[in-house]
Ligand binder design. Sequence first.
Ligand code: GTP
Ligand code: MG
Length: 306
Amino acid sequence: MTSMNPDLPSDTRAGFVAIVGKPNVGKSTLLNAFLNTKVAPTSHRPQTTRRGVRGIFSDDKHQVVFVDTPGVHKPKDALGKYMNNEVSTALSDIDAMIWVVDLRHPPTDEDRLVARQIRDLPKPLFLVGNKQDAAKYPEEAIGLYEALLEGREADTTVTSLSAQKNDAKLTALRQQIVDILPENPFFFPLGSASDQSREHWAAEIVREQAMMKLRDELPYAVATRVTRWTERDDGLQRIEAEIVVEKVAHKGMVIGSGGKQLREIGTAARKQLETLLNAKVFLGLEVVVIPGWREDPEALRELGYE
Ligand SMILES: Nc1nc2c(ncn2[C@@H]2O[C@H](COP(=O)(O)OP(=O)(O)OP(=O)(O)O)[C@@H](O)[C@H]2O)c(=O)[nH]1
Ligand SMILES: [Mg+2]
C-alpha cells in the first residue's frame, strides 16, 4: 500500500499497539521510554493515567502508534468506569498489544482481570515484565504471569526489563514491535509524538505534580485543565490552568497554608514544562470547585473524560 499524502513516505509499515496492565506497573513510563520524551504523566500513585493517550514512534519507514491506557481496576465511580472503558476501546482495533506486569510481585486479581481480557485476542502479544531492577525473583515472577495466558493461541513474546532504564533491551523490544507491523501508510505526520493537544498535555503535567504532592484521597479528587495559552513575542509561554476539586473543603487543602502547597505544585510543573518545551514558562494556577465532578457525566465531559 502506498501513502496518498506526498509529505509522507511510501512503502511503509505502521500500526497501533495498545499498552495495557493493572495500575502502577509502569505502562506510561514504558511509553515515554519508547519515545524518549514525556508524552504521558507517571507517578508512584496507582491510577495516574485516566485517558488513552497515543504516543507515536516513527523512523523513515515505520510508525508505531502506542496507546497508553489507564490501569485496569475495579471501578468505584463514573470516572473509574470511563477509565476501564478506555482500555476496552484501546484494545478494539489494534495490530499488537503490550501487557505490562510488575516483576516485584506475583499476579493479583487485577492482573487476572487483564489476562482474561487479552488472552484470546488473536493479535501478537508482548508480555513485558517490568521493574526488573527492583525484583528479587524476576524469573519466578514472569513464569507466574505467563501461566495466566495458558491456552492462548496467538503469538506471545516475553521480555523482562526496566522501563526506567532506557537501555538496549528496550530498543530491542521496540524493534521486535516494529518488525510485526503490517504494511500501512503512516497515520500521523513525521515528527508528531502524540495525538493530544498541547493544552491537554500541559494539563496532565500539572496533574502529575498535583498527584505527587497531594495526599490521601486528594490526588484522585483532582482534575486539571488549561484555560488559556498565549505566546509572547520573546518566546515566553504563558499558561493559565485550573486545578479542579470536588468539594469546597478540598480547595484550602490543595492551596495549603499561606498558599505553600499550590506554589510547590506550580513550581514543579513549570520546571517540567520549561524543560520539555525548551522555553520560559509562566504558569498561573487557580483552584476551582466542581461539586462531585467524578460522578457527574457533564462535568466529566467538560474535563475531557468522554
Ligand atoms: N523500580 C522501578 N520503578 C519503575 C519502573 N518503571 C516504572 N517505575 C515506577 O512505577 C511507578 C508507576 O509508573 P507509571 O508509569 O505511572 O505506571 P502506570 O502503569 O502507567 O500506572 P497507571 O497510569 O496508574 O495505571 C512510578 O513511580 C515509576 O517511576 C522500573 O523499571 N523500575
Ligand atoms: Mg499510566
